[in-house]
Design a binder for this molecule. Structure first.
Ligand SMILES: *Cc1c(COP(=O)(O)O)cnc(C)c1O
Length: 370
């Protein structure tokens, strides 16, 4: 890659020699997928690292969303956030479910619990919030509403790898949580993902569903799909687990330097760490107030591009603004003022475990107009 290009992130990759040793083992065993040894070890290691009771690995982070909805028999309407990656809403569509967009809380970027109740109809069966940028949603309020109306809660926790609140994993909230191990995420296996659940019975059901519904050689218990993670990726996952803490700490240092440099800048807003939360620093979103900053978001975005800095406008446009979903009654900008404001002002600055001080200074110089 061109040396002067600064990407928004870079994949976490294991030492190639160590990976090669594991590939050797796979070649020797000639067991490449279907709950192989590395798959089993990776699931166990993840449960321990993430402090969750049960986990089921997948080949990406979208299939766990689709499969969770299947496993919980979700139908009708589901309340969700427009401020996310499209896969959140797509998973509903693939299950024939109507998405109902609710505005976000500007303090967290997550769905605003105070706006959920008025969006509930007799057809509502679940809530699908997103811990966007790994910032915990207001989970207790969401659960209270779910309990009051008998709704399921499925968290899209694609950004929330390793996030803890008061020492407890955020992934234990709701009925199930999904993870993505895509190369752009804090923890990756090139492509990959997982579903976190509370009990063994559900784990069994999910394991059937991700393997065509097979519950034995000749028995199919449900119309399942193929979502299985293979041994090559499970091996990457096992190796990456050893270095993810160091990667998160390196990202933390980048975040500290951004905050220090940007705090005095008029018209640039960002979030600080939340008290009691272990963050993973997967993203560093800034919000541009064009009037105060003297430049629009897109002007700053293009200026960064000119310098080879590939910042990203996550999450612009809103999911509700894509042509597929624009016609939905809940997709209007009037219904989603906070999400619209964030989407129109956000830039995610480059942050990753290999970002150098010099590269970070280049990024800051553009924003500081040096
Ligand atoms: C990345 C992501 C997904 C999908 O994950 P894939 O592994 O790319 O399928 C889902 N939701 C959110 C919020 C994401 O950022």
């Amino acid at each position: 890659m061109d040396k002067n290009i600064i990407t928004v992130t870079t994949p976490l990759l294991p030492d190639l020699d160590e990976y090669y040793q594991m590939l050797r083992e796979i070649w020797d065993r000639k067991w490449v997928t279907n709950n192989g040894e590395f798959h089993q070890r990776f699931e166990a290691a993840l449960c321990e690292y993430l402090k969750v009771p049960y986990i089921s690995l997948f080949t990406n982070g979208t299939l766990p969303l689709i499969t969770a909805l299947q496993a919980l028999n979700i139908s009708g309407e589901v309340i969700t956030t427009p401020y996310s990656f499209v896969a959140t809403t797509h998973s509903l569509w693939w299950n024939g479910i109507k998405p109902v967009f609710v505005d976000i809380d500007p303090a967290t970027g997550g769905i605003d619990p105070e706006r959920i109740e008025s969006a509930i109809t007799p057809k509502t069966t679940a809530i699908m919030p997103v811990h966007v940028y790994g910032k915990p949603c207001r989970t207790r309020e969401i659960q209270d509403i779910a309990d009051k109306y008998g709704l399921k809660v499925i968290y899209d926790a694609a950004h929330a790898f390793g996030i803890e609140v008061d020492g407890k994993s955020i992934l234990n909230e709701g009925d199930m949580s999904t993870l993505s191990f895509h190369g752009t995420k804090v923890f990756g296996t090139t492509e990959g993902g997982a579903l976190v659940m509370h009990d063994e019975k559900m784990k069994q059901r999910i394991d059937y569903l991700k393997n065509f519904g097979f519950a034995g050689e000749t028995e199919v218990v449900a119309p399942g799909i193929n979502g299985k993670m293979d041994e090559l990726r499970a091996a990457i996952g096992l190796l990456n687990l050893r270095q993810v803490d160091a990667a998160i700490e390196a990202r933390h240092q980048v975040a500290i330097r951004y905050r220090e440099a940007l705090r005095p800048v008029e018209g640039i807003d960002f979030w600080d760490d939340m008290p009691g939360v272990r963050h993973n620093y997967g993203y560093f979103p800034i919000f541009v107030d064009a009037e105060k900053f003297g430049m629009t978001r897109d002007e700053l975005f293009n200026k960064l591009r000119e310098q080879g800095i590939l910042a990203r406008r996550y999450f612009y446009p809103l999911i509700s603004d894509f042509s597929t979903y624009r016609g939905l009654p809940s997709a209007t900008r009037e219904n989603l003022p906070n999400a619209t404001r964030l989407a129109d002002s956000v830039i995610c600055l480059p942050i990753h475990h290999e970002l150098t001080d010099a590269d970070q200074q280049c990024i800051l110089n553009v924003i500081l107009k040096k």
